[in-house]
Design a protein around this ligand. Structure first.
Ligand SMILES: Nc1ncnc2c1ncn2[C@@H]1O[C@H](COP(=O)(O)OP(=O)(O)OP(=O)(O)O)[C@@H](O)[C@H]1O
Length: 369
């Protein structure tokens, strides 16, 4: 198993600066997500770590070893891709056995029987050597597919195919597991199940894992820590709760969770005028002047009646959207829009377009970015 350290990583593709100095410090056994919008450099970072790209500047370490000049097949990284990249004419067992056979042939660690097995892979060999058989079956058991070892991969569901791809990476016993958008071809329900499957397996094995995604919910629900990337740089690295609770920039606040982000004027260090429309108090102290303010929609409470307490404002519902467990209201306060999310419980009042209501924004929910 290994930690991964990246120092000052720069990758220039002719005139495209894909990475502009990326630093990462991924601990052994950690599940680490690279999160960001399309084109921000997530895949490039991963490909540089795997050794599929020459880097322009910087250093990459796996464990204590500097791997800048180590070939990809010697870096001991297992890869799982969005496209699965399975061999369609092999069955489940053969797909997992294939890479192991090739690697061990390369290392010369198996004898003649494996060599002939490799040669005969495409012709469906009856009985592979015991050790190889056991390793493949162990990997298939880890992903709970041992009962389908002889099935053709074309006869599997998307989730099962992705589990074959995972078993194929794990059978190599890599130091680091690299996963590039592995769930994006699956439908939403299956994606949720596979999140749990992958996370559980990762924790059981304790393998250092780097997971690329543009889906904040996926990153938040799976990772120990997340690096949010933008334009070839890391904007913030933190645990999911830190990222959500203390985003450093409006970009992070907006990318991670839903947000109300406003231009604001700080009046006396504790009073903030939002969008020139309404004033709220914050318990965060800052200098007077211009600022950006974040208010998470679920931090706002809806009151039936006006209250004289601080931070109560009146608004008019312009849209209400029902999401199953939540209801979202878009509320106009003067010319500003405030998004509010409320957990749906039977019996709570539900508001419609045009309804007037009062919003209470607790001081600790008014965050200055
Ligand atoms: N082989 C290449 N040649 C030239 N430019 C490239 C190449 N690969 C990637 N890029 C560019 O580098 C930047 C980063 O790309 P990368 O694929 O790492 O982004 P990403 O965050 O993984 O995006 P996505 O979520 O869309 O996969 C983009 O501007 C992309 O167009």
């Amino acid at each position: 198993m290994g930690s991964v350290t990246v120092k000052g990583l720069v990758k220039q593709y002719s005139d495209v600066p894909a990475l502009k100095g990326v630093d990462l410090n991924i601990r052994e056994g950690e599940f680490y997500a690279l999160l960001g919008p399309s084109g921000c450099g997530k895949t490039t970072t991963m490909r540089c770590i795997a050794g599929f790209e020459d880097i322009t500047e910087g250093d990459i370490y796996i464990g204590a070893q500097r791997v800048n000049d180590v070939a990809a097949n010697r870096r001991n990284c297992g890869m799982v891709f969005q496209s699965y990249a399975l061999f369609p004419h092999y069955n489940v067992f053969e797909n997992v056995a294939y890479s192991l056979t090739v690697r061990d042939l390369y290392r010369g660690s198996y004898g003649k029987r494996v060599k002939s097995f490799a040669r005969l892979m495409s012709k469906k060999l009856g009985k592979p050597p015991k050790e190889l058989y056991q390793k493949v079956m162990d990997a298939l058991q880890t992903v709970e597919l041992d009962h389908l070892a002889e099935r053709g991969v074309g006869e599997l569901s998307g989730g099962q195919q992705q589990r074959v791809a995972l078993a194929r990476a794990l059978v190599m016993e890599p130091a680091v597991l690299l996963m590039d958008e592995p769930l994006s071809n699956l439908d939403k329900k299956l994606r949720n199940t596979m999140r749990t499957t992958i996370r559980t397996i990762q924790q059981e094995i304790g393998i250092t894992t780097i997971f690329v995604t543009h889906d904040q919910e996926e990153a938040m629900s799976m990772a120990d820590r997340i690096a949010v990337m933008k334009d070839g740089e890391i904007v913030q690295q933190a645990t999911p709760t830190e990222l959500y609770g203390k985003p450093l920039t409006p970009f992070v606040a907006d990318f991670v969770g839903s947000s109300n982000i406003y231009d604001a004027t700080v009046i006396d260090g504790r009073q903030v005028k939002i969008n020139d429309q309404f004033v709220v108090h914050t318990n965060g102290v800052t200098e007077n002047g211009e600022a950006k303010v974040l208010i998470r929609p679920e931090g706002i409470k809806i009151l039936r009646e006006h209250s004289e307490s601080r931070n109560v404002i009146e608004g008019k519902v312009t849209m209400s959207t029902y999401f199953g467990p939540n209801i979202r209201y878009d509320v106009n306060v003067g010319e500003a829009t405030v998004v509010v999310e409320q957990e749906f419980e039977p019996g709570i009042p539900v508001y419609d377009q045009g309804d007037h209501l009062f919003l209470h924004i607790p001081e600790e929910r008014v965050l200055l970015l």
